[in-house]
Design a protein around this ligand. Structure first.
Ligand code: SAM
Length: 232
């Protein structure tokens, strides 16, 4: 477990959802919806929302699915999961919530048709000493032919838009996050890691190195975010 990140995610949950909305200008819901649709392509029997936080991706998948798909959601922060429990309470078909670490997943090989991750791939990969463990574990638990769906902040292709996006991260996201949550370090990390995060081609390379056979990318909002779909 990478301690500083773990501690950070145990201090921000109370403000997490509000800040997500403020920082993505309310677009996070639409983007998770797209990711949920991508998770449900080919009518999977099982989907895991990994690093689920307060459970929004699992919640969205549960709402839009029209099959018997079984949904699971995992996170290592007990406080985040407590909120996920409250948020999914009223669903008829509730996701199974599991506490666990992405570097040592409590599942057998090839357990899932799809693993989805929203706004946490950066945490698992960017300057994370456990990057190889995380990717190996995710690859291990996906069935052959299954999918890994990632929705994450990205780097706009146009240098002008990229500059504007970085200004927005530094002067809006970092400041408003620190002000509302009282945790300057957490939102500085968020803004800095988003500014320096990999470009889509680099993520494709990382995923191919991890063993995936194909990776498709769809930019969202001028490339400030994007969806990657990797096939095992
Ligand atoms: C930025 S939040 C994203 C939460 C959620 N997926 C969303 O869309 O809002 C990152 C989440 O990843 C979790 N996380 C980070 N590293 C993890 C790890 N190694 N194992 C399990 N959960 C992890 C954190 O606890 C946190 O809830």
């Amino acid at each position: 477990m990478t301690r500083p990140l773990y501690e950070m995610f145990n201090t921000v949950p109370r403000h997490y959802d509000l800040l997500n909305k403020l920082m993505t200008l309310g677009l996070d819901k639409k983007w998770r919806n797209k990711a949920a649709q991508a998770c449900l392509t080919h009518s999977p029997e099982s989907v895991l929302d990994i690093c689920c936080g307060t459970g929004d991706l699992a919640h969205t998948v549960s709402l839009v699915k029209d099959t018997n798909t079984k949904i699971y959601a995992l996170d290592y922060s007990r406080l985040m999961l407590d909120i996920a429990v409250q948020k999914t309470e009223l669903l008829v078909d509730k996701p199974s919530l599991i506490i666990g670490d992405a570097s040592q997943l409590p599942f057998q090989d090839e357990s899932f048709d799809c693993v989805g991750i929203s706004f946490a791939f950066r945490n698992l990969t960017y300057r994370n000493p456990r990057i190889s463990d995380h990717l190996a574990e995710i690859f291990r638990i996906i069935k052959s032919g299954g999918r890994f769906v990632i929705v994450e902040s990205s780097q706009p292709k146009s240098s002008l838009i990229r500059k504007l996006f970085h200004i927005y991260l530094r002067f809006y996201v970092a400041k408003i996050g620190a002000f509302i949550s009282g945790n300057k370090g957490a939102y500085n990390y968020l803004a800095e890691s988003a500014m320096r995060f990999y470009k889509p081609d680099e993520i494709k390379e990382i995923l191919m190195q991890a063993g995936f056979s194909r990776v498709d990318y769809e930019p969202l909002f001028f490339g400030a975010a994007g969806i990657q779909i990797a096939v095992k």
